[in-house]
Design a protein around this ligand. Structure first.
Ligand code: KIV
Ligand code: NA
Length: 269
């Protein structure tokens, strides 16, 4: 068996199958996802989710590489996509290629993702022409939190709707195989996903069920994050499970019930 490739995802769409994706940053969780997800994103959300940062801006390429290596080790089937973090690709298409090549060489991941629309179309085609499969990311782009004036849903005004469509078309034409559409009002996301000019696969998060696929941050949907956005459906309550386990352990140690005899090593007989 081999890993899913970007081109395989087009066949999914042609066959009318939704593309299933989640984020992961660890070998063990990624290993659980591997059988169920077409692709796994090693997202720069790891800065907030794993490290308690207030935004994704401080995340470095080295951090992305370490977690992508962990996810590669834990999986054998899913396509692994790795985010290029803030500051590692925006200055020039050459900088973007240098970072993307480093990520691919050091991790073996099958594709990279970068935030940005029409302004990054030239960068997208530069990378694709040089053998790097690119996933775009439009709408609410968390690396632009400071210029967007917060984490704000996009597509409320006619100007914003037009520029979102321009972004989606531009990165499709540039050769991105897919794009994340994040935090976009539903009818606008639906229109973009349905447009024949948007040839890249559309992966929604806080967007529309009409996208070609969906992605969520794993810790959000598992109920491990302390708070999750409105667009997250809860599929678990891990926070409570972990708290119960830790509480039980503390009580057992305090009460002398752990370790029991079966958790200890008898002498050699
Ligand atoms: O970093 C991330 O987890 C992402 C997803 C929310 C798409 O970019
Ligand atoms: Na991201």
């Amino acid at each position: 068996s081999r890993r899913v490739r970007p081109a395989d995802l087009d066949r999914h769409k042609a066959e009318g199958r939704k593309i299933i994706a989640l984020t992961a940053y660890h070998a063990h969780t990624a290993g659980i996802l591997d059988a169920y997800c077409d692709f796994i994103l090693v997202g720069d959300s790891l800065g907030m989710v794993m490290h308690g940062m207030e935004s994704t801006l401080p995340v470095t390429v080295d951090m992305m590489i370490v977690q992508a290596q962990a996810v590669m080790r834990g999986t054998s089937r899913a396509l692994i996509v790795v985010d290029l973090p803030f500051g590692s690709y925006e200055a020039s298409k050459e900088q973007a290629f240098h970072t993307a090549a480093r990520v691919i060489k050091e991790t073996g991941a099958g594709a990279i993702k970068m935030e940005g629309g029409a302004k990054f179309a030239e960068t997208v085609s530069f990378l694709v022409d040089r053998g790097v499969p690119v996933m775009g990311h439009i709408g609410l782009t968390p690396q632009s939190v400071n210029t967007m004036g917060g984490f704000k849903v996009q597509g409320h005004t006619p100007e914003s709707q037009e520029s979102l469509m321009d972004d989606a078309v531009a990165i499709s034409r540039a050769g991105a195989f897919a794009m994340v559409m994040e935090g976009i009002v539903e009818p606008v996301a639906r229109t973009i996903a349905a447009s024949p000019e948007v040839t890249a696969l559309t992966i929604g998060i806080g967007a529309s069920a009409q996208c070609d696929g969906q992605i969520l941050v794993l810790e959000d949907m598992l109920g491990l994050s302390d708070r999750a956005p409105k667009f997250v459906k809860s599929y678990g309550a891990l926070r409570g499970h972990i708290e119960d386990a830790v509480k039980g352990y503390a009580e057992d140690v305090r009460g002398g019930r752990f370790p029991a005899i079966e958790h200890t090593y008898p002498p050699r007989s």
